[in-house]
Design a protein around this ligand. Structure first.
Ligand code: NAD
Ligand code: MG
Length: 394
């Protein structure tokens, strides 16, 4: 029986994780669930999964959740608040696996706490690796933790790698990683047509159902940019080892090319319960609730090169990765602020890359060898992004 903490249990990945857990009550037990402010949703989850702990982002939401649980006669669940609470439930001795599914930089410290406590980290929160890749990987190694990718592409790559992952791609005879991208809802739009797109249009992804932040990231293709950086750290690859391939059907979730000319791919229906179940059960397999792929329905698969002119966020991500140091943390922070402003209709869709590029040009890049330095770069980038946005609106 494995004890699991689900960070971000009320989100898209969190809900899919609980769905897989509910299919295997003899294998997994929920120890803790956490959410930002969605009190009603987490209380309903607590009643179904009977965890030992709930963590809410602030004291107010925690009091509310506690109040409702008490009213309903549920008194044995400890309700905590804030980052300290998240770090605690990521490192409890009875927790074996931590699903890191908080969106954005807020997920960094609790995911890192799981790494430090030597847990199996099921990593959906790609922003943690984008911000602090080297530190994160070092903590995983130093503390005997395991890092299993939940992001569907990285999970696919992991499945296509040799069983024993070595230090470098060349040691494994891998010549290239082919990272697939759906291209998002605006794949075929011209720049002119992108001028007036709305948040709801950006969030209507053709193949995947996801939270709003990652949906906008898919529409700008920043999601793919963040994933290139994520792949760099997960597989110790360089930017040049990773080729983005636009594959609109989202049936192949990524590929690995070997020096003998072989290309291995992982295929499946676009449903996150597959990578979640894979990472939970690894090296075994369990049922996930996902229907088998009907290969005849798929019929054909398309592949095209990405367009860096229409999707400048992808170019900015590659440039950041080349620059290294705190540059990717700055990219991530500026993106979070710009996406938020777009979702609140403060800036237009095409302003998102403009804000990010302007922040990248303003913030000095330094070596990212300490968490404090990364958090400092993150807050500086956020402040400058907000200034840039208010300048745009003046
Ligand atoms: P979501 O918005 O649906 O859910 C986010 C979760 O984090 C919620 O439970 C929310 O309450 C919690 N949260 C948000 N802000 C918080 C804060 N400040 N403090 C504490 N908790 C907070 O997002 P999602 O789509 O489930 O994505 C989660 C992560 O997984 C992201 O990093 C995303 O990039 C990654 N991911 C998602 C998918 C997908 O299919 N949804 C696929 C690959 C990777
Ligand atoms: Mg992905």
């Amino acid at each position: 029986m494995k004890g699991i903490t689900v960070l971000g249990s009320t989100g898209s990945i969190g809900v899919s994780t609980l769905d897989v857990v509910a299919r295997h009550p003899e294998k997994y037990r929920i120890i803790a669930i956490t959410a930002n402010l969605q009190v009603d949703k987490i209380v309903a989850q607590a009643k179904q999964f009977n965890p030992e702990y709930i963590v809410m982002a602030n004291e107010d939401a925690a009091h509310q959740a506690e109040g409702i649980l008490k009213q309903e006669g549920v008194c044995h669940i400890e309700v905590l608040a804030g980052t300290e609470g998240l770090e605690k439930v990521s490192s409890l001795p009875q927790v074996d696996y931590v699903m890191a599914a908080i969106v954005g930089a807020a997920g960094l410290l609790p995911s890192l706490a799981a790494a430090k406590a030597g847990k199996r980290v099921l990593l959906a929160n790609k922003e943690a690796l984008v911000m602090s890749g080297q530190i994160f990987i070092d903590e995983i190694k130093k503390n005997g933790a395991e890092l299993l990718p939940i992001d569907s592409e990285h999970n696919a790559i992991f499945q296509c790698m040799p069983e024993k992952i070595s230090y470098s791609l060349s040691d494994m005879s891998v010549s290239r990683i082919l990272l697939t991208a759906s291209g998002g809802p605006f794949r075929d739009r011209t720049l002119d047509e992108l001028e007036n797109v709305t948040p709801d249009q950006a969030c209507a992804h053709p193949n995947w159902s996801m939270g709003r932040k990652i949906s906008v990231d898919s529409a700008t293709m920043m999601n793919k940019g963040l994933e290139v950086i994520e792949a760099r750290w997960l597989f110790n690859a360089s930017a040049d080892d990773i080729q983005v391939v636009v594959h609109p059907q989202s049936v192949i979730h990524s590929m690995v090319q070997y020096i003998d000319g072989s290309v291995l791919a992982q295929l499946g229906n676009p449903d996150m319960r597959t990578p979640i179940a894979h990472a939970m059960a690894w090296p075994e397999r369990i049922e996930s609730g996902v229907e088998n792929l009907n290969i005849f329905d798929v019929a054909h698969l398309d592949f095209v090169a990405p367009d860096f002119d229409r999707f400048p966020c992808l170019r900015l991500a590659y440039e950041s990765l080349h620059k290294g140091g705190t540059s990717t943390a700055v990219l991530n922070a500026a993106n979070e602020i710009a996406v938020d402003a777009f979702l609140n209709e403060t800036i237009s869709f095409l302003h998102i890359p403009k804000v990010i590029e302007s922040v990248l040009n303003e913030v000095a890049v330094v070596e990212a060898n300490h968490l404090d330095i990364i958090l400092q770069a993150d807050s500086e980038a956020r402040a400058i992004a907000k200034e840039t946005i208010s300048r745009l609106n003046r």
